[in-house]
Ligand binder design. Structure first.
Ligand SMILES: [Fe+2]
Length: 312
């Protein structure tokens, strides 16, 4: 049994190991388990990033931080976050034990539930993130979920995933179905990566070259948040769907290539376009490379298809 204060440190939390081995994906947030070291890690991360947010983040993100009353001095209780969040956009942050296979992840978004990691990174390696943690998920993602328009974008991702499952179910030949599905999932994952995780946007009311950040991978990294807009080593291009769905990415270093959307309306239109491209075969052979689509991801889409057929 887990003990109060023993810690919920990423990759070192017995509570999470127990939940995973019991096959539990959605869990509670056992708040008493956070150690003083965990709380100190949150405080340091928040203090370090706060001025960087003020300078580089999208105004809606800053509004979100305020609307959620995101605490600087302790790890947030998800219940408290949700009390502020749900009335604003219908979204809620739901604690998970770790990785959620792709279809279930997107389908959760469709139902306005955001799978949320509750562990926090090791305080001795603040900039090292072996997997998402609560700072990435709650401080990086959730403030954007307070915005209705952005929340609707996430719901659209879930709908596109559903379309993808339906599209794959129509393909009779098993091998062709797997190949096409793998390609479509890769395209969706790349789209998600270059928007929700690492997206740049023209600053509302700003000049032509005035950019801000709405992507959560950037908004939860003090170092990369500045680097992504200031460094001459980063290439920043207007978002082009053909390019993005064919562009591999690597997760273990600062991103060298980022894409800019004009507005949330623009982002919404791009997702519509992504969905339209599926049945006309434009996502069926995207370029190979990262991200890998694993067995669990594929199965999650295949099982969704079985569910849909059974329910039809
Ligand atoms: Fe993320």
């Amino acid at each position: 049994m887990s003990q109060p204060g023993e810690g919920l440190t990423t990759t070192q939390a017995p509570f999470i190991e127990e939940a995973r081995s019991a096959g539990k994906k959605f869990i509670d947030q056992p708040y008493d388990l956070y150690s003083e070291a965990n709380q100190e890690t949150w405080r340091k991360l928040y203090k370090q990033i706060r001025p960087t947010w003020d300078k580089y983040s999208h105004p809606k993100f800053l509004e979100g931080v305020q609307k959620l009353a995101l605490p600087p001095d302790h790890i947030p209780h998800l219940d408290e976050i949700n009390r502020f969040l749900e009335p604003l956009s219908g979204f809620s942050a739901r604690a998970v034990s770790g990785y959620i296979p792709a279809y279930y992840f997107f389908d959760s978004l469709r139902m306005r539930a955001f799978p949320t990691t509750i562990t926090i990174r090791d305080g001795s390696k603040l900039d090292y993130l072996p997997e998402p943690d609560i700072f990435h998920d709650v401080a990086g993602h959730v403030p954007m979920h307070t915005d209705k328009q952005f929340a609707d974008v996430l719901v659209r991702f879930g709908e596109v995933a559903r379309s993808a499952a339906g599209f794959a179910a129509e393909i009779k030949d098993h091998d062709v179905r797997i190949q096409k599905l793998e390609s479509v999932i890769k395209a969706m994952a790349r789209f998600f990566w270059f928007t929700v995780e690492f997206g740049l946007m023209r600053r509302p009311g700003g000049g032509k070259n005035d950019l801000c950040v709405y992507g959560s991978g950037l908004l939860s990294s003090h170092g990369e948040l500045e680097y992504c807009l200031e460094s001459p080593r980063v290439q920043r291009f207007p978002f082009q769907l053909e390019w993005v769905v064919n562009q591999y990415f690597e997760i273990d270093h600062y991103q060298p290539l980022l894409f800019i959307v004009d507005s949330f309306d623009h982002l919404f239109e791009l997702i519509d376009e992504l969905e339209r491209w599926m049945p006309i075969g434009k996502l069926g052979n995207v370029s190979p490379g990262e991200p890998a689509v694993n067995e669990e991801d594929l199965e999650s889409f295949m099982n969704a298809q079985v569910g849909m057929t059974a329910g039809a």
